[in-house]
Design a protein around this ligand. Structure first.
Ligand SMILES: *Cc1c(COP(=O)(O)O)cnc(C)c1O
Length: 370
């Protein structure tokens, strides 16, 4: 028998989460962002659940190639554009749309020989100061692109630094509009947080929203909103089984460093999941888990291949019991990945992306969960 740990990708949940995006995005079209191998879920594994999206967006040419290999003929957008001139040949061959965020990428386009002019998304740095042209340089860059025979349609794009937080998007959106409000072309400004929080403003949602984390069922603005509050369902469940139990006496400790000490007699379960599976090593005692679908907590340090959970109040739990590290228990209960992430002082994004290659993954294509 293989080691009892398994990640499950829920096709129905992905499909439902895409509908949540659509409900918040008015008439805008939706990119399904599948960078980082679909946030750790696997591009091939999410394709069925997300193929009703209007396009797929990612960074990696290899991932774009895999999507074309799956038979996707619709739009694909490279969110960081090309990294070197010869990437443009693959864009021509595979019909990839690409971001242009710097003058160097315009130089590459100007030198590119192609029969098919490219659709590009010109990116403005409206305040995040990562990728993009400054507002003052934006119009000149637009005009340069517009004059290139290699370029077909130019769309306008920016990215918000605080769509999930108190600062919001107003300042950056104003900067963006002031610099390009009168330029023609489609717009794309929203990530998941911006769609959910501000997408009801049609100007914000237009014309393409870029939905990532929300599709996978994590709330982009947790803890202000939970995934349940947004109506999201977990796209991935990570479940393992108890492979050993111990009865602790008062004063006995658990695991490396003896960080947890029992204050009363307890029963603990040893679970076949550790940081080498992608579970966060920094998750402290108290991090929630589900044992046989019921809430319990992690105890002591997470080790490479194992972690320990409290089963004192879970009668019947023992070797073979299911432990849900995040997502949906086979018995139905849900442990939002955001709660685990918050306890480990990180975000759901990092946990899903870190699912380790040694964890077997299955795709659950059954109809929607209850
Ligand atoms: C990753 C990414 C997104 C998606 O962000 P989420 O917060 O996961 O929705 C959108 N736009 C760009 C440019 C990105 O890199």
């Amino acid at each position: 028998m293989p080691r009892p740990i398994l990640a499950t990708i829920h096709t129905a949940a992905l499909r439902a989460n895409l509908q949540v995006v659509r409900r918040h995005a008015g008439d805008a079209r939706a990119w399904a962002v599948v960078k980082a191998n679909a946030y750790g879920h696997g591009i091939e594994r999410v394709f069925e659940g997300l193929h009703a999206a209007d396009g797929f967006a990612m960074l990696d040419l290899g991932e774009a190639q895999r999507l074309r290999g799956l038979g996707w003929r619709g739009p694909i957008l490279l969110l960081e554009g090309v990294f070197e001139a010869r990437d443009l040949e693959l864009c021509s061959r595979l019909g990839l749309w690409h971001t242009v965020h710097c003058e160097e990428q315009i130089d590459m386009l100007a030198a590119h020989k192609t029969h098919e002019p490219h659709r590009v998304f010109l990116k403005m740095n409206s305040g995040m100061n990562r990728l993009g042209l400054r507002p003052a340089q934006f119009r000149a860059a637009w005009a340069r692109l517009d004059a290139l025979p290699q370029v077909d349609e130019i769309s306008l794009v920016t990215h918000f630094s605080d769509a999930d937080g108190a600062r919001g998007i107003a300042e950056q959106f104003a900067v963006f509009n002031a610099a390009c409000g009168d330029l023609p072309g489609e717009r794309s400004v929203c990530n998941s947080a911006a769609v959910l929080r501000f997408g009801s403003d049609a100007r914000v949602a237009s014309d393409w929203v870029r939905a990532g984390i929300v599709l996978y069922g994590s709330a982009p603005d947790f803890p202000a909103h939970s995934s349940t509050a947004w109506g999201l369902e977990p796209g991935m469940s990570l479940r393992a089984r108890i492979i050993g139990t111990q009865a602790l006496q008062t004063g006995e400790s658990v695991g490396y460093g003896s960080t947890f000490v029992a204050e009363r007699p307890m029963r603990i379960g040893v679970v076949a999941c550790g940081y080498a599976d992608g579970y966060p090593r920094h998750a402290p005692t108290g991090t929630p888990v589900l044992v046989d679908g019921l809430r319990s907590r992690l105890l002591g340090r997470v080790s490479m291949d194992m972690l320990t959970v409290d089963i004192s109040d879970t009668p019947g739990a023992g070797i073979g019991s299911e432990v849900t590290l995040w997502g949906r228990s086979a018995k139905g209960g849900v442990l939002p990945i955001d709660e685990v992430a918050a306890s480990a002082q990180t975000v759901g994004y990092e946990l899903m992306c870190a699912l380790a290659a040694r964890v077997p993954v299955v795709v659950d294509t059954e109809t929607a969960d209850a």
